[in-house]
Design a protein around this ligand. Structure first.
Ligand code: 1GP
Length: 251
């Protein structure tokens, strides 16, 4: 199956998507079976794997083990080319278009291309836009780029539109993992209403309300990392009920 086409299909049907982000540096393989059962009970539609500075070499092993017990598509969300595994299904081929650091605009991509050519991974070019979120985040530190101002809706939109015109298939609005403030809803709205491609939103979303607000503003897919990492019971029965209702309504 083609993961990108499924995202497009969902967008057409207005079915909202949810990705759980796993940082391979923080996952303990011994606890993986519990984690996977929680993911299977959650409303998640995708698993994203990555982090801005993954140092571990368990990536292949982690993906193989998840795949044994979970049917969700696994999408790499890499901080750099060392985070590629052909065991995954797809990769967000990111370009950090909010920044002006050539390493994250093209250098890493050039280094990754020959490695990716040897895999069967579905490549999904993604315009990655970092938004100011209160304090310095890991993405900002590692990429040495400045995020876009929270109130600069025009610049966020122009950046997303340029990303779309350059041929990216997704736009990812990122506040940064563990962000104090999530991407402003007004900004999600502005971008989602004025581009055709799906909009992903993540960083600092910590509750059901935050997820719903992002959807309502126009996000097609929301990414949850830290909130689930801190509490594997994050997707409780109330959350499941709400998601089940929303999905029925959208049919
Ligand atoms: C980070 O957007 C993701 O790249 C998720 O962020 O860890 O804050 O959920 P959180």
């Amino acid at each position: 199956t083609n993961i990108y086409n499924e995202i497009i299909q969902s967008k057409v049907k207005r079915q909202k998507l949810l990705a759980i982000l796993l940082d391979p540096d923080k996952v303990v393989l011994e606890n993986l079976s519990v984690l996977i059962s929680k993911i299977n009970q959650s409303p998640a539609t995708h698993i994203f794997i990555g982090g801005s500075q993954v140092t571990t070499n368990i990536l292949d092993e982690l993906i193989v083990q998840i795949k044994q017990n979970c049917d969700l598509p696994i999408v790499l969300f890499p901080g750099n080319p060392s985070q590629i595994s052909d065991k995954a299904d797809a990769i967000l081929f990111l370009s950090l278009i909010s920044g002006r650091n050539p390493d994250f605009l093209i250098e890493h991509q050039v280094n990754a291309a020959p490695i990716l050519k040897k895999t069967q991974l579905e490549i999904i070019p993604t315009g990655y836009i970092l938004i100011e979120s209160g304090t310095e985040t890991a993405v900002e530190r590692v990429s040495k780029t400045k995020p876009l101002g929270r109130n600069n809706l025009d610049l966020a939109l122009a950046t997303a539109q340029a990303g779309e015109m350059l041929g990216n298939k997704l736009i990812y609005l990122e506040a940064g993992s563990g962000a104090k403030q999530a991407v402003p809803l007004e900004m999600i709205k502005q971008v989602a209403q004025n581009i055709e491609i799906p909009v992903l939103v993540g960083g600092g979303i910590v509750d059901l309300q935050g997820i719903q607000n992002a959807y309502y503003a126009g996000a097609d897919l929301v990414i949850i990392g830290t909130a689930f990492e801190n509490n594997i019971n994050f997707f409780n029965s109330e959350m499941l009920r709400q998601f089940a209702n929303a999905r029925v309504k959208n049919r």
